[in-house]
Design a protein around this ligand. Sequence first.
Ligand code: UT7
Length: 333
Amino acid sequence: MIYSPTLLGMGAYVPEAVVTNFDLSKRVDTSDEWIVSRTGIKQRHYLAPGETTSDMCLHAAQRALAQAGLASSDLTHLLVATCTPDSYCPSTACTLSAKLGCHGVFALDINAVCSGFVYGVSLVRDILGGNQTAKILLVGADGLSTRLNWEDRGTCVLFGDGAGAAVFSVETAAKLAPGNAVVRDVRIHSDGSLGRLLHIDGGGTSAPYALGDTVGPEYFVRMEGREVFKHAVRNMTAICRETLEANGLAVADVDLFIPHQANLRIIEAVGEKLGVDSSRVFVNVDTHGNTSAASIPIAMTEALEKGRIRPGMRVLVSTFGGGLSWGAALLDF
Ligand code: UT7
């Protein structure tokens, strides 16, 4: 029998509140024209007051489980990729396990910022390699609207909130059900020496604080946008090439390319460098903004729902984020 990690179902959730560029222009010195021309973003969704990352995870998880035809009690592992957890402690994965009612599962948060979901797919593959009876829920979720500095117009317009979930197991059936996919490969890289290009320090041991301290800019997203842009294009292009080459494939063998949804100009630049026709590139950054770890699983779920991914198709996803961290995965549907 050939061991193969299989995607059994996906689901996504974005909060109800839609925030348009026009809404932002009432809060900071910006315009719809600037945001659309520099990023392609038209709107994004923000958490409601009192709504948490684990709440978003719960909605996405329930949808993914329904697609997979599984109950939460079937799960053995629960992984949440996030850089905006509900709290420092307990983990958001533990909080989610209580909300899902799957007591006793292996529950773990992972933080690879925007790359968290694809890092999670790599972990899923490794877990399934050692335990072929595991049933794993992986959620990528972020609520970066809670970490925006409204005095920094270069970052506060970019992010939105959301969650995307996927269920994985090892399947031995000869034929995949519609919506199912074999994870053919997943590749991961990082460069910690460039971590200061995109960071949030406040609350960590590098930025100690005491009771009564005021919250300063260190508590919010800080980014060297132009530098991050260059590294995103370079590294996403390189890891896509590496992944295709390692699998003996060419760009022409990919039916749909799903890049991290941070900026339309980054997506277009990577597409051009790879030589992928824009009709084979999935884009939803216009409606969601950059949802960080949720970006890839939300895009995959929407691509499935819109029929952009159909049985028999090969999908290449590619991610990039703080760390710096990046990765790519090849899935055969
Ligand atoms: O998930 C991965 C993490 N993030 C990313 O992938 C983001 C990567 N970076 C980017 O997407 C782009 O660098 C940004 C969209 C953040 C910025 O675009 P840019 O073309 O690099 O603009 P810039 O930062 O060089 O700023 C150009 C001008 C500046 O004005 P001056 O100095 O030329 O007069 C900024 O002050 O645009 C100004 N600006 C704005 N104007 C209106 C910056 N932000 C805004 C804004 N509205 N929101």
